[in-house]
Design a protein around this ligand. Structure first.
Ligand SMILES: [Fe+2]
Ligand SMILES: [Zn+2]
Length: 361
């Protein structure tokens, strides 16, 4: 390992190849000594504004993989370059996208709640595929409360903490009719919609009403490849969404596709029923509608729809910023009662991490 000093950084060179170019401020900011960290928590305590912007080391030396730096105020910083290799490792399991031949994996309610190995397997699968089912759940109302110790706290939104979906309750949404509910995700009208949704079937004595789910990320990946211009428009054009009743109003104006700074898809916001009238004077409405038309064809195409029937005691769990849910029309010739609750993906990923660490893998 060799190094070379530039105006603002230290270049680490391995076998004539540049391995790292470390800005001096980066090195100083990442000092892990007891003065620069809160000892008990390992949180950063050092404040970058304590040093000048043109900070330069006084002395640099290498000891195997340890980079040792002395600063002009005699503070000393060591960086273990082996730790930087961790950036290569993914922090989360890689997603596998799917189309209409996908059926979610089923896990037993009791095993899911009480056997950590089953929970690890189920969560892994959930993070990778974005949908799983739980079977043999109680058909008692509000059983979704019992999932909270596993999934993390319930994310409350407007209306009931546990939503009732039936034709004879509070009607504020198309789901409370017997009409087909096209694929969508819930609460597109929130600036941060719930990222996990549980749909718990208590009673299903009606003909029809098959559940359908769509891997939104699969739809978007194909759209990006086949219609890159439309994809770009949907990443940028703000769309108004509103969920309301006589006493409530939630409203968000956000693009349909959310990307992170690496241009990876991190969110899909799609709800035909909650989408509002767009100001026709906005620049680009015509192009937006071209792009949205293409997206609607794809979301509603049979190519992507996975269909199955939720029976009494089944809970469908979806990663709600990725997977859209809906159901076919049903005949209101019997009882049909579904309950919904929301959770957050961050909490599930946290639990997966904790369970794995406890198990030692
Ligand atoms: Fe819904
Ligand atoms: Zn330090």
């Amino acid at each position: 390992m060799d190094f070379e000093i530039t105006e603002n950084s230290l270049k680490v060179i391995n076998k004539n190849e540049l391995k790292y170019d470390l800005p001096f401020l980066w090195i100083r900011d990442n000092c892990s000594c007891d003065q620069c960290r809160v000892k008990e928590t390992q949180e950063k305590r050092f404040m970058l504004n304590a040093v000048p912007v043109n900070l330069k080391p006084q002395k640099i030396d290498f000891d195997n993989h340890l980079l040792n730096i002395s600063w002009p105020d005699n503070h000393e910083t060591s960086i273990n370059l082996l730790e930087l290799e961790n950036f290569q490792k993914p922090r989360k399991p890689e997603k596998i996208l799917w189309t209409n031949d996908f059926i979610p994996e089923y896990y037993d309610w009791n095993e899911f709640l009480h056997d950590t190995n089953i929970a690890i397997e189920a969560f892994n699968n959930f993070v990778i595929k974005g949908a799983i089912c739980i079977k043999n759940a109680p058909s008692e109302p509000n059983s979704l409360e019992e999932l909270a110790p596993r999934l993390g706290p319930i994310r409350e939104v407007l209306f009931e903490r546990i939503h009732n979906v039936s034709v004879d309750g509070h009607v504020y949404n198309i789901a409370h009719t017997s009409l087909e509910v096209p694929p969508h995700n819930d609460f597109a009208s929130y600036s941060w919609p719930p990222s996990v949704q549980a749909l718990h079937m208590l009673v299903n004595d009606c003909k029809g009403g098959e559940s359908m789910i769509v891997d939104g990320y699969a739809v978007l990946k194909d759209l990006k490849e086949e219609c890159p211009d439309f994809f770009k428009i949907l990443c940028n054009f703000p769309v108004p969404f509103r969920e309301f009743d006589e006493e409530n109003e939630t409203y968000a104006m956000e693009p349909i596709i959310r990307l992170n700074t690496n241009k990876e898809i991190t969110g899909f916001r799609y709800s035909n029923q909650l989408m509002q009238m767009i100001n026709p004077n906005l620049k680009g409405v015509d192009l937006f509608y071209q792009a949205y038309h293409e997206l609607c064809i794809r979301v509603n195409s049979d190519k992507y729809k996975s269909k199955f029937r939720l029976e009494s005691g089944h809970i469908l769990l979806v990663s709600a910023h990725r997977v859209l849910h809906g159901r076919q029309e049903f005949k209101p010739d019997g009882k049909r009662h579904l309950q919904d609750a929301y959770y957050e993906m961050d909490n599930i990923e946290n639990n997966l991490f904790l369970y794995k660490t406890k198990r030692g893998s």
